[in-house]
Ligand binder design. Structure first.
Ligand code: DC
Length: 223
């Protein structure tokens, strides 16, 4: 049975960057499940489907051929054979992903696809419901979080670093809205699994987080 490590947490908690580095260190693959929801959202936008319209999204979500491929160990996310890894990082797709991820038909498909992918190799999987729903029996479950202001500051630097023109207030408001959407949806809301180890990284460097993680991993593997 392949090993699964689950990392959940809110937007801006730094899951993706830590997950990438940990996966490299452990020589396993990193599955970014948010990218899969984003790809379904892109499909809906391209086909003129309102992400808030549950019925239409549910009727068409099976048409979105979402797959992941690994190039030099890094995930590329594919829609019907097209590499959409960069196209799914816009604000419009983020907002649509937040909307479509509320719908149970979408979640059912994504959970099934994630289980299928992770059955093929040892993986570190990051998302919102990985330790609670997708892999409740994961070998190791982490819940990463940080203060809202710290997460907003990180996101602001990331967006302005990419040349996007946003204000700190807009970024913080957006983070609060996405937290609310993630935590209050009826199906698989973001929450910490009872057996998850919590990392509040508000005041930690990436190196400190890596050291913490490797220590937790080694402790877990000894037991
Ligand atoms: O992590 P992210 O920002 O790329 O995620 C995009 C959206 O998908 C976000 O609104 C939360 C949602 N999501 C989810 O509901 N469940 C997951 N396992 C991963 C992401």
């Amino acid at each position: 049975m392949p090993m699964n490590i689950a990392i959940d947490g809110p937007v801006g908690a730094g899951k993706s960057s830590i997950a990438d580095q940990v996966a490299q260190r452990l020589h396993i693959l990193h599955l970014d499940t948010g990218a899969m929801y984003r790809t379904v959202a892109l499909y809906m936008l391209r086909n003129g489907i309102d992400p808030q319209d549950e019925q239409t999204v549910s009727a068409h979500c099976g048409e979105a051929d979402v797959r992941v491929a690994y190039r030099d160990g890094a995930q590329r996310t594919m829609l019907g054979g097209e590499d959409v890894s960069d196209l799914i990082r816009t604000g419009e797709v983020s907002a649509a992903a937040s909307a479509i991820s509320k719908w149970s038909a979408v979640r059912r498909r994504m959970v099934a696809a994630q289980r299928e992918i992770a059955a093929t190799a040892d993986m570190l999987i990051d998302g919102r419901d990985i330790g609670t729903v997708v892999f409740p029996d994961a070998e190791l479950k982490l819940f990463m979080t940080a203060d809202t202001a710290v997460r907003a500051c990180r996101r602001y630097k990331e967006l302005t670093g990419k040349g996007m023109s946003v204000t700190m207030e807009e970024v913080e408001r957006n983070i609060r809205e996405r937290d609310k959407a993630d935590m209050s949806r009826a199906v698989s809301p973001l929450r910490q699994a009872d057996d998850a180890i919590v990392l509040d990284n508000s005041h930690m460097s990436v190196d400190e987080q890596m050291a913490w993680f490797m220590n937790e991993f080694q402790l877990k593997m000894k037991n």
